[in-house]
Write a protein that binds this ligand. Sequence first.
Ligand code: G3D
Ligand code: MG
Length: 279
Amino acid sequence: MIRESKNIVLLGDSAVGKTCLINRFCADSFGENYKPTIGKNVTEKEISMDVGGKSYQMNFMVWDIIGQKGYRYCQTTSFYNARGVIMVSDLTRKETLDSIMNYWIPLVLRILGPVPMVLLGNKSDLVDECQYGILEIENLANKREAFGIGRNVYVVSAKTGDNVEAAFNDLAQLLVKNYVPMKLDVGLRLMEKSEINTVKDALDHIMADFADQFGKMEYATPFLQHQLTISNVDMDDPARGSVELFIKNLAKAEGLYKEAFKSDENCKKRQVILRYAKD
Ligand code: G3D
Ligand code: MG
């Protein structure tokens, strides 16, 4: 028996079903109390399998991250330990497949390089609403020669559980068969002025900066979530005033565990970041 432990991450646009797929795979349930994830959560699951006549016990650490596009820095801090990726699109929204190609794959390539990858079209139970099928996902998977090891595709349903286990097991097999060297030059590079165009960009940088100082994103998440809520920040379309309030609330909260001068300094720095936003 060979034991291995691997981090994997599910990526894809907001509401494609990442959290539901994790719940289905790890807990075999489909929850009604859906909460969008800000930051990330980790769930563990053990899988037993045979590969090449050897039996493996794989401990999967499944990471769930922020879904909104445009929070590139927060996403980056969330998945640079991942060894494999499950790319999720929503069969009822074609644009979620397009953004795998245009957004998620380039991001993964930049941060992780060509890691083992499985591509999913989720919500296959909504038969009448599907805008594309397995062929379109296959076309996408075959398009970029350079990306991802494996690139098998599945049409799945987190609701019925159809094909979910098969897809995760496929990634587990890929991870056992392929040794992927860790990309070492990944660090959080904050504060390229030119990269901050919108209030959303600024918010992204501010949250990533906070998480970076806090230690790890998984510990920072509940903290950030609370501060976003009490500051009335709409993640999809953050208003400047709400982000100003968020910066102040964050500094107040930080003041509880950081020296006062450090939280003042952070507050000023984040106000400067927000001022770079042009909208
Ligand atoms: P995310 O984590 O990618 O943001 P979620 O997405 O897992 O939170 O799911 C978003 C919505 O899609 C939820 O609906 C959820 O119930 C629904 N969903 C997820 N997977 C499936 C599926 O396989 N079939 C169907 N029919 N729906 C699914 P609500 O309405 O709660 O927003
Ligand atoms: Mg989610």
